[in-house]
Design a protein around this ligand. Structure first.
Ligand code: 5CA
Ligand code: ZN
Length: 426
């Protein structure tokens, strides 16, 4: 399906480190190894898969935080001289979407299309670079079917012995390395699986953590005729199939919010390992959860703050972006009016500074922002460096311009746009 467009990046001056230089590498925290790891090749193309929305109740601030977090990675890689092959999915058929459509009496296809379009508009407003390939689950059904067939040939898929619906499941027992992403105990894994869309207690399954890969058609549910029977894909196999087809195994990063580490990314990794004999991703990277009014912001709790509602109320999307960047991507935090207000104030200070005739030397701020982003996408440290530059620039005005650089405002405006995605010129 179509992605969205944002203005192309204006590349910054190279930092002189060269493709193999130590400062050109980007490090992030990998959930699977529990360490900061270098991600991306030394040169060439980095491959990134970020799990996309299930299109209903989009785009809330929690979603936005996740996509802005991985946008920093995309930008840091590009700034380090790499190309980035970025793929994202849209879970445009799945239980929660269908349940919402049924509850509101809306056509599920119309709901998905309308919410995906809203997401595109929000991402454009937030200056999030688009994926090179944006793929829906429905259009990817042929890929899902071939991957399930591959897993069947390896004896890793079985039908539950249900007299009515012989749904297909992926057998966790086929993968001795299962658990290597989230490292949960069996008890925690079963409990978390049940909380996040899994069915550990379904009768006829061989193991509680076996996950659905193909759901046979039910009356009133959408389904597609395939060699596996009339039905629709399970959730995890959707991302496994799309990522393997578009990026191949061993791609650099699979990203998403921390609620996707288990079961979603665990299942994707496991299915891919069994199907290909190779690692799915090199690193699994997770952004923190955003809460509101004391709880995680979630569709089921209904405590949502929408990007589109803020935009409609006249909030500058760059202030929303700055409010998100005020938190390290791995932090769990709560959205407040106060965090938005301070982001608006910061945006105004930065705009004043880059609107001036001259400013403080931009070289240190460029180096500091680059270094902060390359070291685990430390946006708060990057914002602090821009704050310091704006303050130093303000202090210079009034001192008859001595020591002030007339080229500095444009350089800093460009670095804010290119590295942080914060557009200062309107
Ligand atoms: N379609 C699947 C992924 S394949 C899905 O999880 N969709 S979603 O719409 O529920 O979530 C989209 C992304 O937003 C996921 O990465 C999820 O981890 C993230 N997300 C959801 N709620 C929050 C929240 N409150 N804070 C931060 N990120 C969130
Ligand atoms: Zn996914």
């Amino acid at each position: 399906m179509l992605a969205w467009n944002v203005a192309p990046l204006s590349p910054l001056d190279p930092d002189g480190s060269g493709p193999d230089g130590p400062t050109s590498s980007v490090r992030v925290f990998d959930t699977a190894t529990g360490r900061l790891v270098r991600v991306g090749p030394e040169s060439g193309t980095a491959r990134l898969y970020v799990c996309g929305i299930t299109p209903y109740d989009a785009t809330h601030i929690g979603h936005a935080n996740t996509y802005v977090s991985f946008d920093l990675l995309n930008r840091a890689w590009r700034d380090a001289g790499l190309l980035v092959d970025y793929v994202q999915n849209v879970t445009d058929v799945d239980d929660p979407l269908l349940e919402r459509a049924t509850a509101t009496g809306q056509d599920w296809v119309a709901l998905a299309e309308e919410q995906t379009q809203l997401f595109r508009e929000d991402m454009t407003a937030l200056n999030v670079l688009p994926p090179a390939q944006y793929l829906g689950a429905v259009e990817s059904i042929p890929l899902v079917v071939s991957l399930i067939e591959e897993l069947q040939q390896r004896g890793a898929v079985y039908a539950v012995p249900d007299p009515e619906f012989g749904d297909l499941y992926f057998a966790q027992a086929a993968d001795p390395a299962f658990g290597s992403v989230a490292h949960l105990s069996e008890t925690d894994a079963v409990a978390t699986f049940a909380e996040r869309g899994g069915d550990p207690e379904r009768v006829g399954k061989k193991g509680p953590l076996d996950c659905l890969v193909w759901r046979q058609a039910r009356t009133g549910e959408p389904s597609w005729p395939t060699p596996l029977g009339e039905g629709r894909p399970g959730w995890h196999i959707e991302c496994t199939a799309i990522a393997l087809d578009t990026l191949g195994s061993g791609f650099d990063v699979q990203g998403g919010g921390s609620d996707l580490a288990f079961p979603h990314h665990e299942m994707c990794a496991s299915e891919a390992r069994v199907a290909t004999g190779e690692a799915f991703a090199q690193a699994y990277v997770h952004s923190g959860m955003v809460g509101f009014e004391g709880e995680k912001m979630s569709k089921s709790r209904g405590n949502l703050v929408f990007v589109s509602a803020l935009r409609r109320a006249g909030v500058d999307p760059m202030a929303i972006r700055l409010a998100l960047l005020g938190h390290h991507y791995r932090e769990d935090w709560a959205w407040t009016e106060a965090s938005l207000t301070s982001a608006q104030e910061r945006l105004a200070r930065w705009r004043t500074a880059v609107g001036a005739d001259s400013g403080a030397d931009p070289a240190p701020v460029l180096a500091a922002v680059r270094a902060a982003l390359r070291q685990d996408l430390d946006a708060p440290a990057a914002l602090a460096a821009v704050d310091a530059w704006a303050e130093a620039s303000a202090a210079l005005t009034g001192l008859s311009g001595a020591g002030s650089d007339p080229a500095a405002p444009a350089v800093v405006a460009r670095l804010c746009d290119t590295l942080l995605g914060v557009r200062l010129h309107r």
